[in-house]
Design a protein around this ligand. Structure first.
Ligand code: PLP
Length: 294
């Protein structure tokens, strides 16, 4: 990953009346060390983050990402991010993205152990080339996540709806999917319902209806899925949040993993069984996702 830019943020209180936050940003060398060894983000993965897709310098769906950052911070008992401060940090980072696709990451960490304040920073990097995933599709393996659908309500301390920095489990799932000959994983609840992928939301098409699992089951509410559903509805399609049995994935008319940077990757196989690839529809979804979106 080619890093282009990074800045440190001195977070202000959510009710700070200031309107210009330039003085709270410090540009840093993205290739040089920047964080103290006591950082709890590094020591414990204790923090939350967002990855924003950027197309030709335009950061996509910034407000949706800032809202989810605030939601994740709330679930993790971190101080509420000041929306205008983060918005300005994103705009400053976007100025370093240039042409093509890039990714802006927002990170809010609990900070240094016993330290006075959370740590926050923003990075800009080139996006990977996802052309093959978007056109040829991806094979997925279904993997048991080990939780039933009611776990988020019974055990909120698992932070299942928060985008925390603790992605070791998600990365392990992708490695396991690859060991099984797939490209990516789809998590399944222990009671047999599909959830999400380790870094993407799952969308199925059944006839003219597009469905996705409801976020209340302990998955992230994807900004890409939200945006795509609004677009599909505007085009006259039906959309729905549902509790989706695993068996429905293999019998879907089409399915995609959707996320901010890879965008819509059509699923072409589930546990080795082929799924139809709707190339034309997929291309139109990715055209929409690549167009400037606020
Ligand atoms: N679910 C998980 C676990 C994710 O990590 C992501 C994105 O990184 C998503 C869903 C999709 O979210 P978004 O569309 O906002 O990128």
């Amino acid at each position: 990953m080619a890093w282009r830019y990074a800045l440190l943020i001195t977070p202000v209180a959510a009710d700070d009346p200031a309107t210009d936050f330039a003085g709270t940003f410090t540009d840093i060398d993205p290739a040089a060390p920047a964080l103290p060894v006591g950082e709890l983000s590094a020591q414990r993965g204790d923090g939350v983050f967002e990855s924003i897709g950027v197309v030709d310098g335009h950061p996509q769906e910034v407000e949706a990402h800032l809202q989810r950052l605030a939601h994740s911070a709330r679930l993790a008992d971190l101080p509420e991010p000041h929306a205008a401060q983060w918005r300005q940090a994103v705009a400053r980072a976007a100025g370093h993205c240039g042409e093509g696709e890039a990714v802006i990451k927002l990170i809010l960490s609990r900070g240094v152990e016993h330290g006075p304040a959370p740590t926050a920073w923003v990075t800009v990097a080139d996006a990977s080339d996802f052309a093959a995933s978007r056109t040829d599709g991806i094979r997925v393996a279904t993997l048991d996540r080990g939780y039933a659908l009611d776990v988020p309500a019974r055990a909120p301390w698992l932070l299942l709806g928060a985008k925390t920095l603790s992605y070791a489990v998600n990365m392990a799932a992708i490695r396991e999917a690859k060991r099984r000959g797939a490209d990516d994983a789809v998590f399944v609840s222990s009671d047999g319902f599909v959830l999400e992928a380790p870094t993407a939301s799952l969308v199925l098409r059944r006839g003219d209806t597009f469905v996705t699992p409801a976020p209340a089951v302990g998955i992230l509410h994807g900004t890409t899925q939200l945006s795509l559903f609004a677009h599909l509805e505007a085009q006259g399609h039906r959309t729905a949040y549902e509790t989706i049995p695993v068996a429905d994935l293999a019998t879907a008319d089409a399915a995609w993993l959707v996320s901010s940077v890879r965008l819509a990757a059509p699923i072409v196989a589930v546990d080795g069984d082929a799924l139809p690839l709707d190339a034309e529809l997929t291309a139109s979804l990715n055209d929409y996702l690549l167009s400037p979106r606020d």
